[in-house]
Write a protein that binds this ligand. Sequence first.
Ligand SMILES: Cc1cc2nc3c(=O)[nH]c(=O)nc-3n(C[C@H](O)[C@H](O)[C@H](O)COP(=O)(O)OP(=O)(O)OC[C@H]3O[C@@H](n4cnc5c(N)ncnc54)[C@H](O)[C@@H]3O)c2cc1C
Length: 272
Amino acid sequence: MSSRRPKSSGDLGSCELEASPRLWVVARPRFDLASAEALLDSEGLSWRVGEGATEAENLIEMGGRLCYLSFGERQSPKSNREYIRHLIVHGHESVLEHASWSFVLMGVSRGFSHQLVRHRAGFSFSQLSQQYVDHRTGPMVMPQLVQRVPAAADRWEAAVENSREAYRELLRLLKEEGADLPPREKLRAIRSAARTLLPEGAETKILFTANARSLRHFLATRGSVEGDEEMRQVSALLLVLLQREAPSVFADFKVEELADGLPVVRLRSQGG
Ligand SMILES: Cc1cc2nc3c(=O)[nH]c(=O)nc-3n(C[C@H](O)[C@H](O)[C@H](O)COP(=O)(O)OP(=O)(O)OC[C@H]3O[C@@H](n4cnc5c(N)ncnc54)[C@H](O)[C@@H]3O)c2cc1C
């Protein structure tokens, strides 16, 4: 996933041209097993908790078991992985909504983030502002497709620098406007006008929180759209993290590599 072309050494200040996606988990479910056992005990129930499940997986399993009171003698010998697989296969997926994670994603384009935020169910977003944050410099996301064709990369760089120069020029030309507004609103007005010149390749940063069900839907819908390289890259980063966080929940997805050297995320049941 690294760039194949040296970074630009042109006179672009701190304008980095080849940002690539980076993803971190910054919050994850905590499951209070002692509490769960105490409350079950108060109902005369017990739960044989399987070994090795993560807190997210235990939370989901407890949600499922509570629906049927399948504790104590009613507990089937299924492992956590089998139990969660059973929930998914039988469409009892609302239980997956109890586990959610928060991620910070950087090095992606505004164009990409516009697609990401279309996911409404079970997702929450906090994204870098183009009104409060100056964009005269900063990273840009050059598509890998463009990086592979030197003439296209040169054209792309020139176009990006033109639009950023126009952005800077507009900030200068508008700096006396909005004198009747409070200073903060004046700046917002000027940046709002100038941002219309920023390319879709402008790098953005976004913190998002999503639950296991919505993440599965995202991976299934977006991970294998072969012509969407940025979406494929982010989906693969996401899956690698999620298979550490809750392997039972995401075991039916796999990462493959296509001929362009970039990953694709598929359901194991999918061909290709
Ligand atoms: C290949 C591809 C091409 C696309 N092209 C375009 C495009 O050209 N233009 C465009 O605008 N978008 C496009 N999209 C985005 C797409 O239409 C969805 O907005 C996006 O994928 C989010 O999917 P979703 O609505 O299923 O997800 P979510 O919003 O997370 O919803 C998850 C699920 O919840 C249910 N749901 C959510 N909201 C409602 C509701 N209001 N009513 C009923 N059920 C609901 C649905 O079952 C839905 O699948 C494209 C997506 C893909 C994968």
